[in-house]
Design a protein around this ligand. Structure first.
Ligand code: PMP
Length: 425
């Protein structure tokens, strides 16, 4: 079927709140390119929202998934466990920088990982409340909707939200929230709203994903670690978007040297197969009773096969080196754009987790979501999938596979260059 036939089906049969606004239907993909149902090629700078750090359909992942399909697709691991689950658990335990020996629970999506992290944190501490950050994004289930910094569009008409979530400011200097101010805000939230003695965990993205690719400094993350230690609160790091090499290290928290109590991860760990994980120190992970965690599909054997292949790719193909090289190329190009265009500012990158902002001008720093929308629309017209993000919706973020071929990268960047040049402010 072609795009317009599929569009007609979508309009008739797909729930409005879940229907993609995009009228191009993906039909085939390879590394950093996607072809739509009409055969039009698109360069993919979105990577399925951070899922494809090692590229669309990496051959090793495809081979591993195919081999697994010939062996075992499902038993429900609580009914009968299988090798893939325990091997993924072992790998994640080995590579995750949590304090002490780590144990692992697998789930299907980022939101589900966060939900389970909350459950485990409550079971382990006997406390109720949790603290999250402005600009944070954690998912679309009830608890995670309540945890998101941004209310619209996620909370929609779905309220009431679970009422045990409290929020603190995330440090974004460029928009006037200094680190000191953010820490003061956190202390205030803790003492006046959440109550240190009844706070189970502080959840933080070391680099905001949906919230705008702003990185918390090592000092800020260390301060949170200290606050957590002072009050017996768990520090839980959400690496769903920043993990698996995006930041040039396996996990973004590694840039700070801070050891969290628990981590959540998903997206690029399965190269497109749905899977997520909660990794935490074993005392925490063992704190809830038998059969208290899990679900029918959690850690599917097919998804586990994909994760093991991804881990092998990281061990053999210098993905972290590729992420850092890509990040350098992006930073160089951003610097040129920032110099050339008054409305491009605050370009930033940690490894390949890179973004810049569109503003009215550098003096006012007034966020311009309309300009970001104009750029992504222009990019789409010219064959490039590009995503905006941020608390103000005015950042352009880069989530292409770190394995992107140089020519494809250059072609994509040239499309952005043209879109920026043609922009009327
Ligand atoms: N946490 C973070 C940091 C995310 O970026 C996302 C997804 N954008 C989620 C959680 C939710 O993941 P999922 O969409 O797989 O539920």
């Amino acid at each position: 079927m072609n795009n317009s036939e599929l569009q007609a089906l979508k309009e008739r049969y797909v729930a409005a709140g879940a229907a993609s606004p995009n009228e191009q239907f993906a039909a085939y993909a390879s590394n950093a390119e996607v072809w739509d149902a009409d055969g039009k090629r698109m360069i993919d700078f979105a990577g399925g929202i951070g899922v494809l750090n090692v590229g669309h359909r990496h051959p090793k992942v495809v081979a591993a998934v195919k081999a697994q399909l010939d062996q075992l697709m499902h038993t429900c691991q609580t009914v009968m466990p299988y090798e893939g689950y325990v091997r993924v658990a072992q790998k994640l335990s080995e590579i995750s920088p949590v304090r002490g020996h780590a144990k692992v629970m697998l789930a299907n999506s980022g939101a589900e990982a966060l939900e389970n992290a909350v459950k485990i944190a409550r079971a382990a501490t006997g406390r109720t409340n949790i603290i999250c950050f402005d600009g944070g994004y954690h998912g679309r289930t009830f608890m995670t909707m309540a945890m998101n910094g941004k209310v619209k569009p996620y909370q929609g008409d779905f309220g009431p939200m679970p009422g045990t979530v409290f929020r603190a400011p995330y440090p974004v200097d460029y928009h006037g929230v200094s680190e000191e101010e953010a820490l003061r805000g956190l202390q205030m939230t803790l003492r006046t709203d959440a109550d240190p003695a009844n706070t189970a965990a502080i959840f933080i993205e070391p680099i905001l994903g949906e919230g705008g690719f702003y990185a918390a400094s090592p000092a800020f993350l260390k301060a949170i670690r200290e606050i957590c230690d002072e009050h017996g609160i768990l520090m839980i790091v959400d690496e769903v978007q920043s993990g698996f090499g995006r930041s040039g290290k396996m996990f973004a928290i590694e840039h700070s040297g801070v050891e969290p109590d628990m981590m959540t991860m998903a997206k690029s760990m399965g190269d497109g197969m749905p899977i997520s994980a909660i990794v935490g120190t074993d005392k925490l992970m063992d704190s809830s009773g038998p059969n208290s965690l899990g679900g029918t599909y959690t850690g599917s054997p097919v998804s586990c096969a994909a994760v093991l292949a991804v881990m092998d790719i990281f061990e053999t193909e210098d993905i972290l080196g590729a992420a850092n090289r890509l990040g350098d190329k992006l930073a160089t190009r951003f610097a040129i754009w920032q110099e050339k265009f008054e409305f491009v500012d605050n370009s930033r990158s940690v490894g390949a987790m890179a973004a810049f902002e569109l503003v009215t001008d550098k003096a006012s720093r007034e966020p311009r979501a309309d300009l970001a929308a104009a750029i992504t629309a222009k990019a789409k017209e010219n064959g490039l999938i590009l995503l905006a993000c941020g608390m103000h919706g005015n950042s352009i973020r880069f989530l292409m596979p770190v394995t992107i071929e140089d020519e494809v990268l250059e072609e994509g960047l040239a499309i952005i260059d043209k879109a920026l040049s043609e922009l009327t402010v």
